[in-house]
Design a protein around this ligand. Structure first.
Ligand code: ZN
Length: 262
């Protein structure tokens, strides 16, 4: 998956492939300048935006794989936020806590079932309650498996519903995490700083923040998802998943246009 990036020297628009660690060592195809692009975004955000873009472009089946991956990476994000939050409460060295978390993660990295187990415990310890949303039915696990593993061709409405369910869940958990999410952002900044310190002379560092479906919420640039206007005489109920997703799409979907050009 490619996205456009402007050369800091000649302003030429280069095509860049998303890198797993959000760190892109680049050379401008026009002027040859070397630069390093750091994208301040979490993996689950990138994946959800790619899914949303695919959905908007009519690739419903492809979107499912991205949404499913986004949810798995969000569970990892939540676990990391929780563990680092705990460590900071104990005045522990941040880098030590991150290292210990990274080595522990290796035990579960290739098995998503183990990761869901870790998430369930993290949620229980942090919120003091059962993660009752963690059932296969609530997560649309059967639908996801039919699409990804059995070649089922989903209708657009089914994918909309699946996307809305995952969006609403991540949105709710991010809200519950609140400033706790900042610990993972800090870990990303540290990994950027480590790479930055190793850059050869003459390489320009560029930091970017791409708009997306979730980022807007946490950094308040577009404000939180607002409730729909309530007609007179009716009490306001909570928005359902589809309404929450539709509203976010209306507010932030256009911000994903930059993903369309490549
Ligand atoms: Zn250039």
């Amino acid at each position: 998956m490619l996205f456009p990036s402007r050369c800091p020297v000649c302003r030429h628009e280069n095509r860049v492939e998303f890198a797993d660690a959000s760190i892109h060592d680049l050379q401008c195809t026009a002027c040859g300048a070397a630069y390093c692009l750091f994208v301040r975004k979490q993996k689950f955000e990138v994946l959800f935006d790619l899914g949303t873009r695919a959905l908007m472009d009519g690739y419903a089946r492809e979107a499912v794989a991205s949404f499913a991956a986004a949810l798995e990476r969000f569970f990892e994000f939540y676990i990391r936020a929780f563990v680092l939050e705990q460590a900071s409460g104990k005045d522990e060295e941040f880098d030590v806590a991150v290292n210990r978390l990274d080595t522990t993660w290796r035990h579960v990295v290739s098995q998503s079932e183990r990761q869901i187990g870790m998430f369930a415990l993290a949620y229980l310890l942090r919120e003091g309650q059962e993660p009752d949303f963690l059932t296969g039915k609530a997560l649309g696990a059967d639908f996801r498996n039919r699409v990804i593993h059995r070649g089922y061709l989903p209708r657009r409405a089914e994918v909309d519903e699946y996307a809305a369910r995952i969006f609403a869940l991540i949105d709710r958990l991010l809200t519950e995490l609140g400033p706790g999410a900042g610990h993972v952002e800090l870990a990303q900044e540290r990994s950027f700083a480590a790479h930055l310190s190793q850059l050869p002379e003459g390489v320009t560092a560029v930091f970017e923040e791409h708009p997306g479906m979730f980022r807007a919420r946490r950094f308040a640039s577009a404000g939180p998802v607002k409730s729909a206007p309530v007609p007179a005489g009716r009490t306001q109920g909570a928005l359902n998943d589809a309404q929450v997703f539709a509203r976010a799409l209306a507010e932030r979907g256009a911000a994903l246009d930059w993903l369309r050009r490549f």
